[in-house]
Write a protein that binds this ligand. Structure first.
Ligand code: PMP
Length: 433
């Protein structure tokens, strides 16, 4: 295929001159967005796009949601301040609501400014509680890019250093499209992964925790077979190892059937620690950690987060969460997500490069391979991303070492008509391969 035309773009030249080379940018001709409304965004040239990636899942409900805009504006006019040292009413209120929704008994919530920092805090709590810096993480995972979270990110393409302060042991169960596990049944795969976990722990090791995403996000929207995490949980409980669920992508009803991603996997009750971020405040930077008091209070040194829980982000979070619950956007994710996956399967049928269309709710992945095999095809994946953009649709990509999965995660208020429209655009992009 001819190389995509790169229009002169002075902002891109300035970006390249002053920002790190490794800061990810989509598209040969990168987009500069100007504004958004509902499920749409516009670029500075005036082109309109249907947004099926919600700004990497930050736009949880809708772009320019009036309640959030109003709450942020009012709080900004009153007081923009840090989060701690003084009593902070919006922080207390959002913590109360999240604690009640978490299902964790005697829950405490600590707010951060990002998902990375939330996972970092979870590691701090778990390692301090267990007196161990050994941590179990899943292969193909993504948990952030701080010095400790790169150590639990099993997705090498996103983990730029191996010099983490943690001793990480990677557990099978994250992905099995290729390699020795590819041809096993779900039951065989589960048994093999559980035996592997027993082996890892059984060699006199005392890991602090296992951290996992209920559906791997950056890793390509893949989830383990039903029952695998529940079986893991039994092993961990027996050894006193903590269970951390990273709900940065799966929380707040995105997966449709459940409010939290862990509920699809684990009938044994809530995890020891839950981390969240991304869409809770509809794009304002909010992350956080939920844990029972005994665990949260493991550390007793003074701690603050200057911005985590700041009144302006908490105001956004409260308005956004209220909207989400009052409009049953989890139910919408289930209904419209169910229809969208059907439509995508229909438009992808007969496209030899599509290996699988999979997902839960409004978290849908399309795996792209060289026709007729299992060989990932990052170039074709990028070509579909570009073609979708040319057709007026923004989507994402991911998928472990090979970036060969198209990722679809629209705002949870997606309508049926928008789902149909997006599937039609993506169908044309896939057939153009
Ligand atoms: N955990 C998961 C599952 C994520 O997808 C991400 C972000 N892609 C993070 C953690 C890190 O969040 P942040 O980028 O807000 O630091």
């Amino acid at each position: 295929a001819p190389a995509p035309h790169r229009a002169p773009n002075p902002l891109l030249d300035r970006h390249r001159a002053v920002l790190p080379d490794w800061l990810a940018l989509y598209y040969a001709d990168p987009l500069e967005l100007s504004h958004g409304e509902g499920r749409h965004v516009w670029d500075t040239a005036g082109n309109k796009y249907l947004d099926f990636f919600g700004g990497i899942l930050t736009t949880m409900t809708a772009h320019a949601l009036p309640e959030v805009t109003k709450a942020v504006g009012e709080q900004a006019a009153r007081l923009i301040h840090s989060s701690t040292l003084y009593l902070n009413r919006p922080m207390v209120e959002l913590a109360e609501r999240i604690a009640a929704l978490s299902g964790i008994p005697d829950a405490r919530v600590f707010f951060t400014s990002s998902g990375t920092e939330a996972n970092d805090t979870a590691l701090l709590l778990a390692t301090a509680h267990r007196g161990s810096n050994q941590v179990l993480a899943m292969r193909n995972s993504y948990h952030g890019r701080s010095f400790s979270t790169v150590g639990i990110t099993g997705n090498r393409a996103w983990s730029p250093t191996g010099l983490s302060p943690l001793q990480t042991l990677y557990v099978h169960g994250g992905v099995r499209t290729r390699g020795p596990y590819a041809r096993l049944t779900d039951a065989e795969f589960t048994a093999a992964c559980v035996a592997d976990l027993e082996d890892l722990i059984g060699q006199g090791r005392t890991p602090a925790a296992l951290i996992a995403e209920p559906v791997q996000g950056v890793g390509g929207f893949t989830s383990p077979p039903d029952g695998l995490y529940a079986a893991f949980r039994e092993v961990l409980d027996r050894h006193g190892v903590l269970w951390i669920s990273d709900e940065v992508q799966t929380g707040w009803g995105r997966t449709g059937d459940h409010f939290w991603g862990w509920q699809a996997h684990d009938r044994n009750g809530p995890p020891d620690i839950v981390t969240f971020a991304k869409g809770i405040a509809n794009g304002m930077s909010v992350g956080g950690v939920i844990a029972r008091a005994e665990l949260m209070n493991t550390i007793d040194a003074n701690s603050i987060s200057t911005f985590g829980g700041s009144p302006i982000t908490m105001a956004a979070g409260l308005a956004n969460l209220s909207h989400l619950l009052e409009h049953d956007l989890q139910g919408n994710a289930r209904r419209v997500g169910g229809l969208l996956i059907e439509r995508l399967r229909a438009v992808a049928a007969g496209v030899p490069a599509v290996r699988e269309v999979r997902g839960r709710g409004l978290m849908i992945g399309i795996e792209i391979v060289r026709p007729g095999g299992d060989e990932p095809d990052p170039a074709a994946t990028t070509a579909v991303l570009e073609a979708a953009r040319a057709g007026g649709l923004l989507i994402g990509k991911g998928g472990g070492h090979h970036t060969s999965v198209l990722r679809i995660a629209p705002p949870l208020s997606l309508t049926v008509a928008e789902a149909e429209e997006g599937a039609a655009i993506l169908g044309r992009a896939l057939r153009a391969l």
